[in-house]
Ligand binder design. Structure first.
Ligand code: DQA
Length: 141
């Protein structure tokens, strides 16, 4: 059974309430229930924090053991060299995901500090971005 860690960064605890026109009406917990039902052959762990260092700690804790990490670093995507270094430091491939199409939004969202350290990037498909990332890990590479 493949072990996948989903990590959500700052403000993503407010999904469903936060700017619903951008991020939708569904809470992450209810989305996660559906995802676990759809992928019973995968063990999906979930972690969310608004604190940069806690995201880094979680990457360290899972990055030598899990088969995949799906990371939505929220606004830290655009600022955090420390997250870039953490992704580089571990063995587990990390996929960067975003709910919104950051390239169709403000210019400060166009730059990602973490993309170059990630295995790939999926963005703009709403919460389905996370499911598409899971599809990558489902297949053996
Ligand atoms: C986001 C995009 C980021 O620019 C923003 O700061 C977020 C959410 C997304 O999933 O679309 O918090 O990562």
């Amino acid at each position: 059974m493949k072990k996948i860690q989903i990590i959500n960064g700052p403000n993503l605890n407010l999904l469903g309430k936060r700017e619903p026109t951008v991020y939708g009406n569904s809470s992450f917990d209810s989305f996660l229930d559906g995802l676990r039902e759809k992928y019973p052959d995968m063990e999906i762990e979930y972690f969310q924090s608004n604190v940069e260092g806690e995201l880094i700690n979680r990457i360290h804790e899972t990055g030598f053991e899990y088969d995949g990490i799906i990371l939505n670093a929220g606004a830290y995507t655009h600022t955090s060299i420390a997250l870039h270094d953490a992704i580089k430091a571990v063995e587990t491939p990390v996929i960067e995901v975003h709910i919104s199409n950051v390239h169709a939004r403000e210019e400060f969202r166009h730059r990602s500090m973490i993309s170059a350290a990630c295995r790939g990037v999926i963005l703009g498909f709403g919460l389905d971005s996370y499911r598409l990332a899971l599809e990558f890990y489902k297949i053996d590479h």
